[in-house]
Design a protein around this ligand. Structure first.
Ligand SMILES: C[S@@+](CC[C@H](N)C(=O)[O-])C[C@H]1O[C@@H](n2cnc3c(N)ncnc32)[C@H](O)[C@@H]1O
Length: 421
């Protein structure tokens, strides 16, 4: 085995990432850069250094991980989980629900759930919300809670205005939301690295990580997740990841489009009560109205104070109401209606936003070819459409199109470099 191949093998074994899913050139560039910085020009001497210096593994990992995330990523999930938690704590006055987001990247995922819980007035002392990521840089950003525009691609202005303070080009999350989440650095594949997380969790979000793992490291990661989860607890995975759970003790929750699963190990003692029941749809689905009247924009729906307005969280700033409505339907899990409406809007006005949304909907409905085509059209109209690029990358990875994924990743990297201040 060459020194380079041994470096890749070591990286995969320690952090799980599949070099093929990340792109050979991305990793080769990162290794070259680290070799230059630590002045180890020989691949063999760098490999030895990497294997004996934990800090170097961390630095190399920081250079190659994909930290892309955004607030309220994933149709309907945060609303569903917040309602589930609200109902669980209402049903049992002593219950504290424990939630783990691993990987949490720069914090948008656990903060989204914290905002959803705040909207439903679930008191902070009724939940523990923990975010863990391999990347120290990502965790530092999460703890600072300061974000740029592209973290808000699926949030409406009302919710951003409520929970963030704007200073020129940045947005700082409110202390009330920040204090609901604890963050730690940790490696999902290293049992010691996450041993400080305390008792098991009722809910684990492990989204958009398994897709970058090999079959073997995916298996190890899922073993770890099963240890972290209470029987009958819930696991959320990314939209391209449910197949990773096949043959494991997980049952689909809801329509399947939440990519949410109940952990039901066959070894559990009989009579273990469900940890959660299906959340009530009535009374305060304030993040997203489950059934949206076609002509009513979300901000117009009255709600009792202090919930000053319902907060639909999917959607870009409202410039095209019908497309926004399609987004809201998608977020409420009504994918068929969302697709019909989106197609109708596109027939009238073809836009990159419209095709990007159509791509997301087709992907969520498991139609990868149509998703690819819609996203291709979005990128034809707007080559720098970040959301379309990210979704196209996710779809390419799900479809096993490695070369296409690498091309999209390079475009995203270039875009991110151009956007840096
Ligand atoms: C694409 S982000 C996903 C963030 C969020 N869950 C989401 O879906 O938006 C992937 C994150 O996984 C982290 N990561 C990679 N390998 C990891 C590991 N072995 N343990 C924990 N986190 C890891 C990376 O640092 C990166 O921030």
């Amino acid at each position: 085995m060459t020194a380079h191949a041994r470096i890749l093998e070591y990286l995969t074994r320690r952090i799980g990432l599949d070099p093929d899913s990340l792109g050979a050139s991305t990793i080769a560039e990162a290794i070259q850069e680290r070799m230059r910085i630590v002045e180890k020009p020989e691949p063999n001497s760098y490999r030895e250094y990497l294997e004996t210096e934990p800090a170097e593994l961390q630095k190399l990992a920081e250079r190659i991980v994909v930290s892309e995330t955004w607030f309220f990523r994933g149709p309907g999930l945060f609303d569903y989980l917040a309602r589930t938690i609200r109902d669980a704590v209402h049903a049992d006055p002593k219950r504290i629900v424990r939630v783990l987001s691993i990987p949490c990247s720069t914090g948008e995922e656990p903060y989204s759930l914290a905002m959803a819980l705040q909207e439903l007035q679930v008191p902070p002392n009724r939940h523990v919300l923990v975010g863990v990521d391999l990347s120290t840089q990502a965790i530092t950003t999460a703890q600072r809670g300061v974000y740029r525009e592209f973290a808000f691609r699926q949030i409406l202005p009302a919710i951003r205005a409520r929970y963030f303070r704007n200073q020129e080009t940045t947005w700082t999350i409110s202390d009330a939301i920040k204090s609901r989440v604890q963050f730690h650095t940790g490696n999902l594949l290293d049992p010691h690295g996450i041993s400080n997380l305390g008792s098991p969790f009722d809910i684990v979000l492990c989204r958009n990580l398994l897709i970058y793992f090999t079959a073997e490291t995916r298996r190890q990661a899922l073993n770890q997740i099963e240890r972290l989860l209470l029987p009958e607890g819930l696991l959320a995975v990314g939209s391209a990841e449910p197949s990773a759970l096949s043959g494991r003790p997980f049952l689909t929750v809801g329509t399947g489009e939440l990519f949410l699963f109940r952990y039901s190990p066959s070894t559990q003692p009989s009579g273990v009560p469900p940890r959660f029941s299906e959340p009530r749809r009535s009374q305060g689905s304030v993040i997203l109205a489950p059934v949206l009247p076609r002509q009513v924009t979300p901000v117009a729906v009255p709600l009792p104070t202090p919930r000053t307005a319902p907060i639909p969280v999917v959607g870009n700033p409202v410039t095209e109401p019908s497309l926004d409505e399609a987004r809201l339907l998608a977020d409420a899990g009504q994918l068929s209606a969302a697709e019909t409406l989106c197609q109708a809007v596109l027939a009238r006005t073809p836009t990159a936003q419209g095709y990007a949304l159509l791509g997301v909907i087709c992907h969520a409905r498991g139609r990868l070819e149509e998703a690819t085509e819609a996203l291709r059209r979005a990128l034809y109209l707007e080559p720098h459409h970040r959301e379309a690029l990210i979704h196209a990358l996710t779809v390419a990875l799900a479809a096993g199109q490695t070369a296409q994924a690498e091309n999209l990743r390079a475009r995203l990297r270039k875009l991110t470099q151009e956007e840096r201040p």
